[in-house]
Structure formats: C-alpha cells, structure tokens
Design a protein around this ligand. Structure first.
Ligand code: NAD
Length: 500
C-alpha cells in the first residue's frame, strides 16, 4: 500500500490534510504527508469547557454503562486494527508487527477497562463508634488531559482514555506534534463507537486538541483539567509537574527511562541474546523501556559480546512497512544528530563503538535510518547515565551481584530493569527491597514489551506515575470516606465529650 492509501484507509481524506500550519512527515522516507490545522488557546479553552459540561452528565451514567462505550470502542478498534497499525508505522516508523501490536494493546486495555467498569470497588471499614458505618467509595474525578509522546502514538492514549472513561472522566488528548494523524484516525474510530452507543454519551466526552508544546502547557495549566497524564521526556514532565502542582491539580507522569539488563553467570545466554536484541533495537531504540545498559558478569562477557555483535551485523534495517524488516528509521534528523553526538561523547568517555552511523542514506536521503550501536564502556560515565532516544546499547562488566545492582540503580531514571539468571538466590535478591529500584523488574525477560494487566510506570526521574492495569484506575477517581450514623446518639471519635 502507498502512503496515500494508508491515510485513506483510516478515513483521512486528502482534502482535510492540507493547508494547515503543522507539517507532518513520515520517517519512512522523510516526505511531508500532511499539513494540518492546529488548535489555538481559544479553541482549547472551548474544548475544556465542553469537557466540563460532559463531565456533569457522564459522572451520573452508571459505570457498567460507561464500560459499554469502551466495549464498543474495542470492537471498532478490532475492525480497524490493520489500517490503524499501518498508519502507526507510517507516522512513527516502528515496524508493522509493532504497529499492529500497538493497536492490539489498545484493544487489550479496552477489554480490561470493560471488566473494570463492574469492579470499581471501594471498602467497608469498621467504625470505632456504636451504630456507625464507614465506607470508602471511588467517584469520578473530572476532565482528564492526556499529553502523549511520538513513540507510542496511540497506545498511551488508550491506557489513559479507556480507564478514564469507565471511571467517569471525559478526555482531551494532546498528541505529539510528530504524530497527529494517528490521533485523528483514533478520533474517527471513537466517533463511530459514540454513534453506536447512543444519547447518554454527552457531546465533548472524547476530544482531540492538536498543537505543539503551547497546547500541552495550556492543558497542564488549566484549573478545569482535574487530571493531567503526561508521557514524554523528563524536561517536559518537570514543566508539567510544576504547572499542575502550582494549581494543586493531579498529574500522572510517565517520563524517560534508562533501562538495564543484568546478565549473570548462570544465565541462559541464547535466551538473553534474543531478549537483548528485541529490547535494544526494537522500535529503533525509541521505546521508553528500550534496553540501554547491558551489565554482564565478567565470566560470560567474552562469550556473549561477540555473539551479540554478530547478531547486530545481520540486522535487517529498512522500510518498516516491508515484511522482514526488524529495524525501521529514527523519527527525524534531530534524533539522528542526538545519536551521533551521544556516540561521540561515549568515545570521549572511553567507550569502544561497534556499529552506529547512518544506513540507507542513498535510498532515503531525507530519512533517518541508522545502524544500531553497541558501545563497550569502561564504567558508568555521564553519557551512560543519560537517556539517548536511539538504538545505543552500553555494555559494562561486573564482578558480584551487589556491584551489578548498584550499577543498575545508579542512574537518575527508574523505569524498567531485568536480570537473566537461573539462580533463584540472585533473582529474588534482584526483586527484593535492596534490589532493583525500578517500577518494572523482570526475570529472564527483557525490559520492554509490558503487558497491560500490570501497572506501568517508574520511579525517580521517570515520574512515579502508574497507568494501564492493576489498580492504576484509582488515579482517575477521587476517594471519598463516608461515615454514616444510624444510631440515636452522637458519640464522638476518640471518646471526646462535648456536652452542650
Ligand atoms: P517530548 O517530551 O518531546 O514530547 C512529549 C509530549 O509533550 C508532546 O506531545 C509535546 O508536545 C508535549 N510537550 C513538550 N513540552 C511540553 C511542556 N512544557 N508542557 C506540556 N507539554 C509539552 O517527548 P517525545 O520526544 O515525544 O518522546 C520521547 C520521550 O518520551 C522519551 O524520553 C521517552 O522515554 C518518553 N516516554 C516515556 C514513556 C513512559 O511511559 N514512561 C512512554 C513513551 C515515551
């Protein structure tokens, strides 16, 4: 399918994709595929007002009925999986199986949220007073603003939106300015689900605001946006956190990672090799959970590294829409420059670089294809401690597990981590309080490719937010503690007497 066919299959007619101020390029070949109109501050304010009005109606719709809307959304996504998956690939450059996987993740979280819509359980609590009952309930919170990054252009929205909608919150989505077309396509899919759902979905329940950083800033600053869920870089998260905190709002932050794998002497090296390759070069190293640091025991380092280099030398780099490709392009020229600068710095800090550099330059002069790099480092220097959003894997040696865990934790970010070991003493130590300090800690699985059933997120500079499964839904609701006196007396708590 050509680029135009992919857009048309998603209902994005050519006429609607021209004349605006936002140029959208495809990383596949660097060509401009749309010129979109964006929202200004006044348009965003009107959308926030509509969402506020929608909240007043939606919060009173019973949660299982709200779940029905998300069930219909899941059905529409199933029908559109192939088309939307191809558009994800066209717009952000991840290979087609990953584009389709991202849409599958949307379907999965819809299924999860439908079940959740009947399980927004609170608590009953025993009261210290006779004739009294206490309970804790979870109630809709308000408008949820979703700011998302380019690298998961649709799944991150769905992690938030599916939960927010069943929790009773309208959503306004500010997608990355690098990937607005997938957002437009998802909005069309939502409109189909809303049309099937019927009249009790208020107007303004699911909205999209297109634009750059200024629109994200305005969403974060608005006191009428009760929850701001922001996914992106650490500097972006810091700005959003400050803005939301200033007005004492609630933020959910999903920021950068610097994810490591410890390869212990007892590791199954063939398994590790496959996990390293997928997690370090998948999505061309542009996942928040991409493997960036390989911490290998000195006994197995010389067995593992040559094999890994051989795998890297054979990687199929190319058009992400073509079958057989494993590594697509970086998102743009800025990402290419950042990768080159990081490799230069790594060399200056004592590293030995294997791979790296541009690929397919003659075929795609305006795109940013690269050869993934392995950099053998003498220690965990500054460049290793920072996130470069590109396929660079730093390899380090260790002697004992305490040293490996100290290296693993010795970075500002705390998203994902893993250990390859068949020694239960080591794997349990890795998962214990003095083990990995990350939000995600895996055993014999790479750091990327989380399932939606668990809570997703990380600590330290990653921002502390949790989305997706487990009880992440609680962040989209307000907790209410209610005490009911069904007696004919008025005993006070703590035995206080106050006779009037
Ligand atoms: P980015 O920070 O450049 O942009 C992300 C979004 O934030 C965009 O929509 C952008 O317009 C908006 N934005 C930028 N500055 C803003 C501000 N001051 N106020 C409000 N909004 C603002 O990130 P990116 O380059 O699109 O994505 C890559 C980064 O995202 C990486 O650091 C990656 O690790 C991180 N990421 C994290 C997760 C996670 O779940 N932890 C998931 C995906 C990506």
């Amino acid at each position: 399918m050509g680029h135009r066919d992919i857009l048309a299959a998603c209902g994005l007619a050519e006429g609607a994709l021209s004349g605006g101020d936002l140029a959208v390029t495809t990383p596949v070949d660097g060509s401009v595929i749309a010129q979109l109109s964006t929202d200004d501050a006044a348009a965003l304010a009107a959308k926030i007002e509509r969402a506020r009005a929608a909240f007043r109606a939606w919060r009173d719709v019973p949660a299982p009925r709200r779940g029905e809307l998300v069930r219909l959304l899941g059905e529409e996504l199933r029908a559109e999986k192939d088309n939307l998956g191809a558009l994800v690939t066209l717009e952000c450059g991840k290979i087609l199986p990953e584009g389709l996987g991202e849409v599958q993740e949307m379907i999965d979280i819809c299924d999860f949220a439908v079940g959740l819509s009947r399980q927004l359980h609170g608590l009953t609590i025993v009261s210290e007073r006779p004739g009294h009952a206490m309970r804790e309930t979870w109630l809709p919170m308000g408008v949820c603003g979703i700011i998302s990054a380019f690298n998961f252009p649709v799944a991150v929205w769905s992690w938030n939106a599916a939960l927010a909608l069943v929790c009773g919150d309208p959503v306004i989505w500010k997608p990355s300015e690098k990937t607005p077309l997938t957002a437009l396509a998802v909005q069309k899919i939502c409109e189909r689900a809303l049309a099937r759902f019927g009249d009790d979905a208020p107007e303004g329940l699911i909205q999209l605001a297109l634009g750059g950083r200024d629109i994200g800033e305005a969403l974060a600053a608005s006191p009428d946006v009760a929850i701001v869920s922001a996914t992106g870089s650490v500097p972006m998260g810091r700005a959003v956190a400050e803005s939301v905190a200033k007005r004492l709002g609630r933020s959910i932050l999903e920021l950068g990672g610097n994810n490591a794998m410890i390869v212990a002497p007892s590791a199954d090296l063939d398994l590790a090799l496959r996990a390293i390759t997928f997690s370090a070069v998948g999505t061309c190293g542009q996942r928040c959970t991409s493997l960036r640091r390989l911490i290998v025991h000195e006994e197995v380092y010389s067995a593992l590294l040559p094999k890994l280099k051989a795998v890297y030398d054979g990687l199929a780099i190319g058009d992400p829409l073509a079958g057989g490709t494993l590594v697509g392009p970086l998102i743009d020229g800025d990402a290419l420059a950042a990768m080159a600068a990081a490799l230069e710095e790594a060399e200056a800090q004592g590293g030995t670089v294997h791979g790296g550099g541009r690929a397919l330059e003659d075929e795609y002069p305006d795109a940013a294809y690269v050869r993934p790099a392995i950099v053998e480092m003498p220690g965990q220097s500054d460049i290793v401690r920072s996130e470069t959003f590109a396929p660079i894997l730093y390899a380090l040696r260790y002697r004992d597990l305490d040293e490996a865990i100290a290296l693993q934790n010795g970075v500002p970010q705390g998203l994902s981590s893993c250990i390859f070991s068949t020694d239960v003493r080591e794997t349990e130590a890795f998962l214990a309080a003095s083990g990995s300090d990350c939000g995600i800690a895996n055993v014999n699985i790479g750091p990327s490719g989380a399932e939606i059933g668990g809570a997703f997120g990380g600590e330290k500079e990653t921002g502390g937010g949790r989305e997706s499964g487990s009880d992440a839904w609680k962040a989209y609701m307000r907790r209410q503690t209610a005490t009911v006196n069904w007696s004919r007396d008025l005993p006070l708590a703590q035995g206080i007497t106050f006779d009037v």
